[in-house]
Design a protein around this ligand. Structure first.
Ligand SMILES: [Zn+2]
Length: 325
């Protein structure tokens, strides 16, 4: 996501919790019962395990995006409202949430992406403001960060609001090399739409100076049990991560799809945020087919809380089945 207007963030995150409020205590709810818009617990975090690895998902907030005919290039506002209704979600706006995943494994604490850092909206920024502490995750104890892509809602949490200094100066920050090279190329500024240029300039003014940021290639091991998986399309270097422990696996898919109610149900819909819509769709289908076949757990950055579960094939479509935690 790039163009986030402050004025579009109108309701509180607490209100969002009420809108979605649902907390089922079953292992996996069946496909027929599944809401494609996952519930939000009002705790602000959820915890679950992948083998021996402890996983915490931390809620950062919501963007209550006003309906806009340009949002999905090949679907109308009425189509979008219909899909939200079918998922049991509000139709008043598009409920785009932000959720950060942190894992603890063998003495290391690794965070995927970094939240909005409270720099995009009054209804986001809850991770650093409180939910991290509620979840028992101390920012100073995060010693690894794995970044999926450089959109503001994923990386502004790395950069302090006032001074552009490092929020996590002691953490090893792994970033996809393809993504890094795209955004730090000085010539990219002129190629980007005007609204995205400021973000690229901020990246160019900060990341290249940071000694604790390193570029990784597809397939690289970030820490034992965590490998980079190229998932290009949403951005040129958009990268997910495979978390493995024993026979258990979790795919951190970040933004291969935006909210499940729309883009898991309609994998052919093209959100305006995808830099290369065709490639993004091919990546989405490839990853979904893999997790359906392997019954792997998968999460997404904009999937609410719990934003983790399984994907089931449903005719020509898919359904997201949230994990009950
Ligand atoms: Zn995003």
């Amino acid at each position: 996501m790039t163009h986030v207007s402050r004025r579009t963030f109108v309701l509180s995150a607490a209100a969002a919790g009420t809108i979605f409020g649902l907390d089922k205590q079953v292992a996996f709810i069946s496909s027929a019962e599944a809401k494609t818009s996952p519930p939000l617990t009002d705790k602000g975090f959820v915890k679950f395990k992948v083998g021996d690895i402890e996983v915490t998902q931390i809620y950062d907030g919501i963007w209550q995006k006003a309906h806009d005919p340009g949002f999905v290039k090949n679907a109308s506002v009425d189509d979008v409202k219909g899909a939200l209704k079918a998922a049991g979600a509000t139709q008043d706006y598009v409920p785009i949430t932000f959720t950060v995943t942190v894992i603890k494994s063998k003495g290391k604490t690794l965070m995927f992406d970094s939240s909005t850092g409270g720099q995009l909206a009054p209804t986001a920024g809850l991770m650093m403001a409180k939910n991290m502490y509620k979840a028992g995750v101390e920012p100073a104890k995060i010693n690894h960060i794995a970044v999926t892509h450089f959109h503001a809602d994923h990386v502004w949490g790395l950069i302090s609001k006032e001074t552009n200094s490092r929020v996590f100066p002691d953490a090893d920050i792994a970033v996809p090399a393809v993504e890094y090279k795209f955004w730090t190329d000085p010539s990219v500024i002129q190629k980007l739409p005007e609204g995205a240029r400021g973000a690229a300039q901020r990246i160019q003014a900060t990341f290249p100076k940071w000694k604790n940021m390193r570029q990784i290639e597809d397939g690289a091991e970030v820490i034992p049990g965590v490998r980079a998986m190229a998932m290009y399309g949403h951005t040129p270097g958009h990268t997910g991560y495979l978390v493995s422990s024993g026979k258990s696996q979790l795919i951190v898919s970040s933004d291969i799809t935006n909210i499940p109610a729309l883009f898991v149900r309609n994998p052919g819909w093209h959100a305006v945020f995808d830099a290369d819509a065709q490639m993004a769709e091919a990546t989405r289908r490839k990853i979904f087919d893999r997790v359906v076949a392997d019954k792997t757990m998968i999460n997404g950055y904009h999937w609410g809380l719990p934003g983790v579960g399984k994907i089931k094939k449903d005719g020509n479509s898919y359904a997201f089945v949230p994990l009950a935690v």
